[in-house]
Design a protein around this ligand. Sequence first.
Ligand code: GRF
Length: 194
Amino acid sequence: MEKLIGKNKINSVIFFSGTGSNLRNLIKFSKKRKFPIKVSFVVSSNNKAKGVLFAKKKKIKYYTFNFKEKKNIENRLIKLLKKEKIQLILLAGFMKILSKRFIKEFKYPILNIHPSLLPKYKGLNTHQRVINNKEKYSGCTVHLVNEKLDSGKIVMQKKVKVLKSDNSLRLKARVLRQEHKLYPLAIYKFISNL
Ligand code: GRF
């Protein structure tokens, strides 16, 4: 993995697939003078994602890719990331699994946010599984992406208490509020420690 060096903002991109509340939050932070990243463009695996509307409205450069031909799309993406000298990918609700080859060829770090206290509840439908198992706590995790799903080194986590009155939607909303605090903090910590 290449090191990120220098005092300039890290040239970053955000990959997403859906609502894009983390996308919006990270864009907001990236505009702060002292926040260590700038977002050059965003990538969606879904051209109907709400986040795409946001990018259009805010005149943020965006690309949408249909990942059906994954190998071909990943090749195009790698070329684009190299051409634009991107040094960090932030996954924010990105519903596709990047291949081992993509991760290796990109060479720089890829971070992801996951709505559970990893290593518990990898994969989808986390909040419902947490409730079904009567967990006392859930939360969110920012971690490095490796070739195994939701398994890379953990950068930071935040616990969220599961309430008796919770259903998966309520829990999701409370966890999401914490995600919006955690992801910027974790990026800051990750970049400061390089
Ligand atoms: C978040 O819960 C994130 O942790 C997960 O997908 C969800 C995306 O939400 N990976 P949003 O699109 O950022 O609102």
